[in-house]
Design a binder for this molecule. Structure first.
Ligand code: GSH
Length: 240
């Protein structure tokens, strides 16, 4: 059984999609990052970098529990465990890993920073907004170009690279990404949306969000974006 200790953000959802696609038995353990649950000593044992998602495989390599952080590594692990969504052919396999790393190194961090400076930063910093918004649009262009010649992100097979990228790109309309300018991206996005596992993920993500909102009622949210506060929280949680 796979325990997913997470929250339904894009990084959480990509693992949910993979778990649904593979048919593995799994269970979601809610980690409320707005309440600071990622800093508890128990959670840090699963994810030392205090981020979601983390998994525990109760039947890990060699038997027994195995714990992992980092969503890209988790997708790779689940692909190898099940023999699914990471092609066996060497070229296709490396194509998949390239695009998985593209998501981990670019799409996630750049979209994340754009979201931060657009919606959460304490001060309005136009330079930072421009930098990350422009970079986000450029990344949609990279995806559109790639998908002009390729059915799926990594090639002719649906892989973990598609699952990693899809949840991050859901806000395309807000970035002005449309059918006229990005037809290949939009064709791929529509193909993702109709996959039964993706639809189950969307439904579960909404349910988990509602459950977590209810669980947070009456509790005080932390300022998740204050890096100094977070350093202090981490120090406190790991104090010996
Ligand atoms: N590279 C990491 C990024 C994980 C990440 O940034 N998670 C965010 C939510 S999407 C988080 O846990 N934030 C809590 C915090 O920063 O305290 C991965 O892909 O797993």
């Amino acid at each position: 059984m796979i325990e997913l200790h997470s929250s339904p953000t894009p990084n959480g959802q990509k693992v949910m999609i993979m778990l649904e696609e593979t048919g593995l038995e799994w269970k979601h353990f809610d980690v409320h990052i707005r309440l600071g649950e990622q800093f508890t000593p128990e959670y840090l044992k699963l994810s030392p970098n205090n981020k979601i998602p983390a998994i525990v495989d109760t039947d890990g390599p060699g038997g027994g529990r195995y714990t992992m952080m980092e969503s890209g590594a988790i997708l790779w692990y689940l692909a190898e465990k099940t023999g699914k969504f990471l092609p066996k052919d060497a070229r296709k396999r490396y194509d998949t890993l390239q695009w998985l790393m593209f998501q981990m190194g670019h799409v996630g961090p750049m979209f994340g920073q754009a979201n931060h400076f657009n919606n959460y930063a304490r001060d309005t910093i136009q330079y930072a907004k421009d930098r990350y918004n422009n970079e986000s649009v450029r990344l949609y262009r990279v995806l559109d170009n790639r998908l002009r010649d390729s059915t799926w992100i990594a090639g002719d097979e649906y892989t973990i690279a598609d699952m990693a990228i899809y949840p991050w790109t859901k806000g395309h309309a807000d970035r002005g990404i449309d059918q006229a300018g990005y037809p290949n991206f939009m064709r791929w996005f529509a193909a993702m949306q109709v996959r039964p596992a993706v639809q189950r993920n969307d439904k579960m993500a909404a349910e988990i969000r509602a459950r977590m909102t209810k669980a947070a009622e009456g509790k005080t949210a932390i300022n998740m974006f204050d890096t100094r506060d977070n350093a202090a929280r981490l120090a406190q949680a790991t104090e010996r």
